[in-house]
Design a protein around this ligand. Structure first.
Ligand code: CTP
Length: 404
């Protein structure tokens, strides 16, 4: 069981940290909450104690015999501060140690993730920006705030990302750091990820679709952003909160998916096609709902083939040196193994990398785990054992980075 410290600072978004905490405890983590005094103005100590099952303190003078100002940080496997105010970022950047949370940050040697939330002016202020840059330079993972409704009637950048995404990003960092240090090794690169499945409408209410959940694409986008990339996520019919710092473009049909991916790819260093476009669409779409016939006969559906987006991207490369990654969900057949089919598809699609999933028996779709083989056009083969979709995402980005 990993030991997580959840630092909470004094912003209105502190109430959302209750949901982050619940997600950690439900996923089997041992959580110590360290609120600042200002955080307790928003959400009281009994809430944190009840949700974490542990007493909480804000200062270094409680339970002194246990030396909490050193012990909590030393014993942590991960420190997450959510929300992190401008004040906390400043104190952490400058190594102040005037309460239990800042002492914990100084003694922790584990990965540290911060999810800032504040008004846009405070976020954009050069002082805050240079504090963030300094913290990142030292290896702290500072998530980008979301754009949206702020405390008052105003909107802008500075909103706390959704708790589910903060939790997912923090768990990714915790897992990844067991394998490799979490670095901003994709900084300065623009990557495009597609996720979800195309919906091909027959009429205003009916569509042909597929079972793609978008979870692998979300993991790819989230991990790339944590590693410093500028990320465009083209999402076809996925109902998940935006990953922190990721520009999400929502689309419906496969044709829209292709248009959005090609537009984003013009400035991209890598494109990862993890979406499941629909191979076919109804030849005609009825403007009104198709009615049942009186005589009980069923309509015949004529289909047209959709363009292959991935093959188009590799054929008309937007930029030299762009790394293009495809996915293949294969079941194998009597004559061909999953890998045989993967190699043939890699050659046919003309991409640099192909992530091959064995989906016999309906595996992978909608599951949180994945297992795959990453084939390279240079003949390379990387086996990724069963693990989280984030773990696979990291391996894919490692392969992409190595090709750059
Ligand atoms: N893909 C695409 N455009 C399509 C269909 C698929 O870009 N119209 C991409 C997927 O995003 C994936 C890869 O191609 O990255 C593999 O998709 P798949 O459907 O397995 O390949 P197909 O060429 O359709 O092969 P098969 O006949 O085996 O289904």
């Amino acid at each position: 069981m990993s030991s997580v410290v959840l630092g909470v600072t004094g912003g209105i978004a502190a109430y959302k940290a209750c949901e982050v905490l619940r997600r950690f405890t439900e996923s089997g983590h041992d959580v110590t909450v360290v609120p600042t005094a200002a955080a307790l103005e928003f959400v009281g100590a009994p809430t944190w104690a009840a949700l974490s099952g542990k007493p909480v303190a804000t200062d270094v003078w409680t339970s002194v015999a246990e030396v909490p100002h050193v012990r909590i940080g030393q014993q942590a496997d991960l420190v997450l501060v959510a929300p992190a105010t401008a004040d906390l970022l400043a104190r952490a950047a400058h190594g102040l140690a005037d309460d239990l949370l800042t002492n914990t940050l100084l003694t922790a040697r584990c990965p540290v993730v911060m999810a800032p939330a504040m008004h846009t002016e405070m976020w954009e202020h050069p002082a805050t920006q240079s504090n963030v840059a300094l913290l990142r330079e030292r290896g702290v993972v500072v998530l980008e705030p979301a754009v949206g409704r702020l405390t008052g009637a105003d909107t802008g950048k500075g909103r706390l990302p959704e708790p589910a995404e903060i939790h997912a990003a923090a768990v990714d960092v915790l897992e990844r750091s067991a394998v490799a240090p979490v670095e901003r090794d994709l900084a300065g690169r623009h990557v495009v990820v597609s996720a979800g499945g195309g919906r091909e409408y027959l009429d205003p209410v009916r569509f042909l679709g597929n079972r793609s959940s978008g979870l692998q694409g979300w993991a790819l986008a989230r991990t790339a952003a944590v590693r410093g990339a500028e990320v465009t996520l083209v999402a076809a019919n996925v109902d998940l909160p935006d990953p922190p710092g990721v520009r999400v473009v929502h689309v419906g049909s496969t044709v829209e998916l292709g248009d959005a991916v090609r537009t984003a790819a013009e400035s991209a260093d890598a494109v990862v096609m993890s979406a499941a476009p629909a191979d076919f669409r109804p030849l005609e779409r009825s403007e009104s709902k198709i009615k049942k016939a009186e005589d009980g006969s069923a309509p015949t559906l004529a289909l047209a083939q959709n363009p292959d987006i991935l093959a188009g991207l590799t054929r008309d490369r937007a930029r030299a040196g762009q790394v293009i990654v495809g996915f293949a969900a294969e079941t194998g057949d009597a004559d061909h193994s999953v890998l045989d089919l993967g190699r043939a598809k890699l050659a046919r699609k003309g991409c640099e990398l192909l992530v091959v999933n064995d989906v016999s028996g309906g595996r992978v779709f909608g599951e949180t785990d994945n297992e795959a083989v990453v084939l390279g056009s240079d003949g390379s083969l990387v086996e990724v054992p069963r693990g989280s979709k984030a773990a696979l995402a990291h391996v894919i980005w490692d392969c992409v980075r190595d090709r750059w």
